[in-house]
Ligand binder design. Sequence first.
Ligand code: FES
Length: 142
Amino acid sequence: MDRKEFLSAIGLTAASAVVFSCVGCSKSENEGPSNANNPPTDVDFNIDLTAASNAALNNNGGFIYINRIIVAKSTSGAFLAVAQACTHEGTSVTYNGNEGVFFCPNHGSKFLETGVATLGPATVALKRYNTSLNGTTLRVFS
Ligand code: FES
């Protein structure tokens, strides 16, 4: 019995199988409207730049997500840290070093490296955090 015959036998069409397969789909816990304007507060943690999981920060233009914050290294080598959740509907923003902006792939909002919204629909800035480099340890703090 092939897939089509199987679905037919249990009363499903290919279309309903697609819908069925998406039941339970959801955004990650870091995304969604509840995070849109609920940035992390009282932030103070260290990032080990020698750890493999943080290797992206050794490259200009690289970024990682940690503790609901996106930490990036600009094309000029400066470390940047802003809230991960887009202020529109909470989707995780990415960093585009070539443009020097944080970008939301959901509806296209853009934010300066300072977090200021420059292209909607988001109008509220991403919360910005301080960074301080000591050897191979990067501190991110409020
Ligand atoms: S969720 Fe980011 S622009 Fe809509």
